[in-house]
Design a binder for this molecule. Structure first.
Ligand SMILES: [Mg+2]
Length: 199
């Protein structure tokens, strides 16, 4: 299973060169743990999956402005052996069902995950592989896009990929971020009052 991903990523290396232009759709790149759901560490069971309620109105605001939502998530718990690829896919289906019930359709193919622990893997944030691959496959212009993450790794991946707006969530800011909010609740307030202007 892991070899399958290695092949996939090495083949895709060249496919990611064509983007970064101003042509293309706007993307909202979301980290998962700490942004969509509460991060208890290697969340992989449905009973441990608790969404931040603010994520739904935030996503709606972006959908209203024609953004494509993409989830880009490091899931090294797979290579660490904490849970399986199948566990991840099951919790993804559960997550997308919750979005659907809140009026937000995210296709399953818009969820990108990196199962590796090895920092040299292109998909593992802070490397930009997941952002670049998804942008190429979904026709997204990274420059016009927004990334939201609670780790400096998310923001660094966004910067390396060329994502124009980089939103750090958490107590600490990040030099590479363009915006910083302490909590998801504050991000929602920022979206509503225009501190984070959605173009
Ligand atoms: Mg996170």
């Amino acid at each position: 299973m892991i070899q399958k991903y290695k092949d996939r990523w090495s083949k895709r290396k060249d496919a990611t060169n064509a983007i970064g232009t101003a042509v293309g759709k706007k993307g909202l790149f979301l980290d998962r743990d700490g942004i969509i759901n509460v991060d208890h560490g290697y969340v992989h069971r449905i009973e441990d999956f608790f969404c931040y309620p603010e994520i739904f109105p935030i996503c709606k605001r972006f959908l209203d402005k024609n953004y494509t939502i993409v989830i880009v998530t490091n899931q090294s718990g797979i290579e660490r052996g904490y849970f399986s690829e199948e566990d991840f896919q099951n919790i993804t289906k559960h997550m997308l069902g919750i979005f659907e019930r809140n009026g937000i359709h995210i296709p399953q193919e818009n969820v990108y995950h990196c199962p590796y622990l090895d920092a040299t893997q292109p998909c593992r944030k802070p490397n930009p592989g997941m952002i670049l691959e998804s942008a190429a496959q979904l026709g997204i212009s990274v420059a016009k896009s927004v990334i939201v993450g609670d780790s400096n790794r998310d923001i660094e991946a966004g910067l390396t990929a060329g994502v124009g707006t980089r939103v750090k969530i958490g107590v600490d800011g990040c030099d590479e971020a363009t915006h910083h909010f302490a909590t998801m609740r504050q991000l929602l307030a920022g979206v509503n009052d225009g501190v984070l202007h959605i173009r």
